[in-house]
Design a protein. Structure first.
Length: 564
């Protein structure tokens, strides 16, 4: 089955509805699998759909479980049958058989169509939710799609949003096709889809408009601390500056009121009051109730709110038309305010001036305590930081001290070892060594062959010479110890000045062999008893041969040997 045209449609859906190709292909595979199950009327059948994105070919495979004994031939296949078709299959493996979907019925095709639509709709809803949840409380531009009695449908480009009646401004008239700025107030992911709610009456719209028009607010130099709004009537904004050289009220108003005028035009003539924020509650209430003049602010007897005293002619101005000014002040400050005229307070015999002064003193004490607490916290943090630094320095000093001590100990150990070695050398030089007996390896006597008494004179002479040579070699024998003693001994190098001086004094190498030669005794080799007997025997034979050579004239026998 070739579905190249379907793949073209999938690309169009991907670009228009912002749905990835993988999601669309997954939906198509699921739809075809369900359609084939309906076609063969086996709901539990295992079906796998393979779609080649390059060629557009769609292949459907029905899968069977390999078992030893088949109980359901529509879902299972025997191991013997599976081995005939694929020798690599084992028990519990899946055997796939390619099937054709060209003859799907109308009901199966309709099911595939509905499944495809549902999957794409769910993916679209999720995509819309993911996109607009990040734009919550942000200002966007929308176009009115339709105006209903209780709500307005606004087209935001990728989805349709709803603006309820309460979110509309009473001084505005909405028509289809009108473009306007709205703020997204809510994004719901419901069963029916992602529902986006927008508003023109929310206070966040005023805040976003000021951020758009005032660079200082966008950059964070000027901050909107609080905002209260009566849609279409009046808005009060409390601002503060993080820099002493920037006037927050002037920055919001702009040169000749140009910045605030742009916001007022967007809000269709809504009045905007801008005042400076203060941490002092009486000062904040005084600014919030402007343009009314405030005489005193102090807590009520029930301690449930604050009582505000104004002049008689300022009472209506402080309350405002239909109580709007007072309501905005309450919303902005978050405090319950009861506005009374001076005459009403004096009729109740309330010492409003004294209570006002006491309240100011109480606020000063609280402010001082708060400031002291902040200083203590800052001091504690600073002390902790300094303690941390001191601890790190102490750890570094301890590590450095340990390294120095280890180096000193190693140096002293080397000096001590060098001193001990030098002392031993001096002791060997000064002390007369005891006679050392060379260690000679035990030599087993060599059995001599029996000499025939009858020998020629030449053989006798050769034998005599050999014996003399052996006796001489034995006399000139040098043991291993004598060889080692005659070898020069290396002198250890010294590092410090004191050792260098001692080295110069004992620089000459000591030759033990030379020392031994100067002694008044000889070191003779040690022989075993067998060796001594052999030496004595050879000496006796040498003596006999010498006597024979002196007594016998061998020249007399020359004629005898010549005649023979």
């Amino acid at each position: 089955m070739n579905v190249k045209e379907l793949l073209i449609a999938i690309k169009a859906i991907e670009s228009e509805r912002n749905i990835s190709k993988e999601i669309i292909l997954s939906a198509l595979q699921d739809a075809l699998a369900k359609a084939y199950r309906k076609h063969i009327e086996i709901p539990d059948a295992l079906v796998r759909v393979d779609i080649d994105e390059k060629t557009g070919d769609v292949n459907v495979y029905q899968q069977y479980t390999v078992v030893e004994t088949v109980e359901d031939d529509e879902l299972e296949i025997s191991l013997e049958m599976a081995k005939r078709r694929n020798a690599d299959l084992n028990i519990e493996d899946l055997y796939e058989e390619k099937v054709s979907i060209d003859d799907l019925g109308r009901a199966a095709a309709l099911l595939a169509k509905n499944v495809m639509k549902q999957k794409i709709r769910e993916a679209e809803k999720f995509s819309i939710y993911q996109e607009y949840i990040d734009k919550l409380d942000e200002m966007v531009i929308g176009q009115i799609e339709s105006v209903e009695e209780k709500f307005i449908v606004v087209n935001l480009g990728k989805t349709l949003a709803m603006m309820p009646k309460a979110a509309q401004m009473p001084n505005e008239r909405y028509v289809e096709g009108q473009k306007m700025r709205v703020v997204i107030t809510e994004v719901n992911r419901e069963t029916k889809g992602a529902q986006v709610l927008v508003s023109r009456a929310d206070a966040k719209l005023v805040k976003r408009l000021f951020e758009r028009e005032v660079p200082e607010i966008y950059q964070g130099i000027v901050e909107i601390k609080a905002i209260a709004r009566e849609p279409g009537e009046r808005t009060k904004i409390a601002v503060s500056s993080k820099r002493s050289d920037v006037d927050p009220i002037g920055a919001c108003i702009g040169p000749r009121g140009q910045r605030v005028q742009v916001v007022i035009e967007e809000l269709k003539g809504e009045k905007i009051d801008i005042f400076e924020w203060s941490e002092n509650i009486p000062e904040l209430i005084k600014n919030a109730l402007s343009p009314a003049q405030i005489l005193a602010v102090f807590p009520t007897e029930e301690k449930r709110g604050l009582m505000v005293v104004v002049e008689d002619n300022q009472l209506s101005l402080a309350i405002g038309k239909k109580g709007k000014n007072a309501r905005l002040a309450v919303r902005l400050t978050g405090l319950k305010i009861d506005i009374k005229s001076r005459t009403d307070v004096e009729e109740k015999n309330l010492d409003w001036q004294g209570r006002f002064n006491d309240y100011l003193e109480e606020l000063k004490v609280k402010e001082a305590e708060k400031r002291q607490k902040a200083l203590d916290e800052a001091s504690a943090e600073e002390n902790a930081r300094l303690a941390d630094i001191a601890q790190k320095q102490a750890e570094q000093e301890a590590i450095r001290f340990a390294q120095n001590e280890a180096a000193r100990f190693a140096r002293e150990a080397q000096e001590y070892a060098a001193k001990e070695a030098a002392a031993k050398v001096v002791e060997i030089v000064e002390k007369e060594p005891e006679p050392v007996k060379p260690v000679v390896e035990e030599v087993k006597p060599v059995e001599k062959p029996v000499v025939v008494p009858v020998e020629t004179p030449i053989e006798k002479k050769e034998s005599e010479k050999r014996v003399k040579r052996e006796i001489k070699e034995r006399k000139d024998y040098v043991s291993r110890f004598e060889k080692l003693a005659s070898a020069p001994k290396p002198v250890e190098k010294k590092k410090d000045d004191y050792r260098k001086k001692k080295k110069e004094e004992t620089e000459a190498r000591i030759n033990v062999a030379e020392l031994l030669k100067t002694k008044d005794y000889d070191i003779k080799p040690t022989y075993s008893e067998e060796e001594l007997d052999e030496i004595r025997r050879l000496e006796e034979e040498e003596a006999k041969k010498t006597w024979i050579e002196d007594e016998i004239d061998f020249d007399e026998f020359d004629d005898y040997y010549d005649t023979e």
